[in-house]
Design a protein. Structure first.
Length: 428
């Protein structure tokens, strides 16, 4: 019988779900003959819909965890995190969240016969796997591996400390979360800037878990080439309806609502004074606000802003994530979420990173990128005062930038997949 594997993304944005797609496909390339099935358990309909269609013809089951009402998810407001609401949701309600996961996993028997559980920041899954093994009297449980750009308990503790909200109930909730995170057998982290050194040290020094650092970020040109069926940059630009010699800016909030209204004034200005370059936007809120209708163009779902013909809104990508589209971009402007930053680094695309207030993990990545010479960085208020000037300077053209000083490898999902399969086989 082949290996049964669970890969569990967290519910905060689309970043870890996009990484999950990379890892699942890497696992099947590395060991298709030894894998019986891969399950991707998710709590929200949004993530279930995201993952459907990403694995055509592959032995991958998307499992909806019914009854999970309190997954870990930051509560966002325009430009940043609502810390009190986030602590109430993630920390004070953590015991309820654990029980919801336990019951949902038991009901769909997701853990039955599992050999390997890979979690992307879902400590409730680790606790459920530990408790279920004890309840059923099994001799063992799945090998549990965490892949991390941060630990929830550290990020939430930093938020609580900054807001002076480390009361007794918050401290107890964080202690419970730490205990669950420490149930993992080992941790894999990305290299800086995606997992800054202090975030990696938390796993070693506070949670006392063995840590292996990946040799690079996920994906890159080979992934895009496979998807596009040839040289990706010209082929993807044709799908987007963009001339090959045009400059292209990508604006994205990384699938979180934090930028839903942040881009309004900038997109209004593009409508009033069209840019010389093309702008590719991922912002579902702005798309709806502007009445943009999506349709398929090749393998990409796109729509043009009726008031700004060079502004293109993104929807879905057939059988893939937005990662492959980065081959077509010349500049990415975003918050410093790990997923979007790693996508840009995988393709060597220059970055302009905007502050996200109240989010220590995202801000640590932004600082690390700036220190490593991988991005330009701008404060939120400064960006809001003059977003177009930040992008164009005084020229009216997309602001010229040197290519990032790389030194960060790519296609690291291949290394991780091989390592995970070795560990899973050894643990059977």
């Amino acid at each position: 019988m082949g290996l049964r594997i669970l890969v569990a993304p967290n519910e905060d944005g689309l970043g870890t779900s996009a990484w999950t797609v990379r890892l699942v496909k890497g696992l099947l390339r590395a060991g298709a003959e030894t894998i019986e099935a891969i399950r991707v358990p998710v709590a929200s309909g949004r993530l279930a819909n995201f993952h459907r269609g990403k694995y055509p013809g592959l032995p991958v089951e998307i499992m909806r965890l019914e009854g999970v009402r309190h997954p870990l998810r930051l509560v966002k407001q325009a430009g940043g995190v609502d810390i009190p609401a986030t602590l109430a949701w993630c920390v004070l309600d953590y015991e309820r969240s654990r029980e919801e996961y336990r019951q949902a996993l038991r009901a769909c028997r997701a853990l039955d016969g599992a050999d390997l559980l890979v979690d992307w920041g879902v400590p409730q899954m680790l606790r459920a796997a530990h408790d279920e093994a004890g309840r059923c009297g099994r001799r063992g449980r799945p090998l549990c591996v965490t892949v991390s750009d941060h630990a929830w308990s550290e990020t939430l503790a930093l938020m609580a400390h900054a807001a002076k909200l480390l009361g007794d109930r918050v401290v107890r909730g964080l202690q419970t979360m730490r205990a669950d995170e420490a149930l993992t057998d080992c941790v894999f982290t990305f290299p800086p800037p995606i997992t800054p050194a202090e975030r990696e040290n938390y796993w070693r020094q506070t949670l006392h878990r063995p840590v292996e650092r990946l040799p690079g970020v996920f994906g890159g040109h080979e992934v895009a080439r496979r998807w596009a069926g040839g040289e990706p940059r010209p082929r993807i630009r044709r799908m987007l309806g963009i001339p090959e010699d045009a400059a292209v800016l990508h604006l994205t909030g990384g699938g979180t609502p934090v930028w839903d209204r942040l881009l309004t004034s900038l997109l209004d200005e593009y409508a009033a004074r069209p840019p010389s370059y093309y702008v590719v936007v991922f912002s579902p809120g702005e798309r709806q606000r502007r009445g943009v209708r999506l349709g398929w163009s090749g393998g990409v779902q796109i729509g043009r802003d009726p008031g700004a013909p060079r502004v293109i809104h993104l929807g879905d990508v057939a059988g893939e994530t937005h990662h492959v589209l980065f081959a077509a971009f010349d500049l990415v402007c975003t918050r410093a979420g790990g997923g979007t930053v790693s996508d840009a680094l995988a393709f060597g695309v220059p970055l302009l990173l905007v502050e996200e207030t109240g989010h220590p993990q995202v801000e640590a990545i932004r600082e690390s990128c700036a220190n490593m010479g991988l991005a330009r960085s701008v404060g939120l208020e400064e960006f809001l005062r003059s977003p177009r000037a930040q992008l164009e300077g005084r020229t009216g053209e997309l602001r010229a930038q040197p290519a990032p000083r790389m030194g960060v490898g790519c296609h690291a999902e291949e290394d991780l997949a091989a390592r995970l399969l070795t560990l899973a086989r050894a643990g059977r």
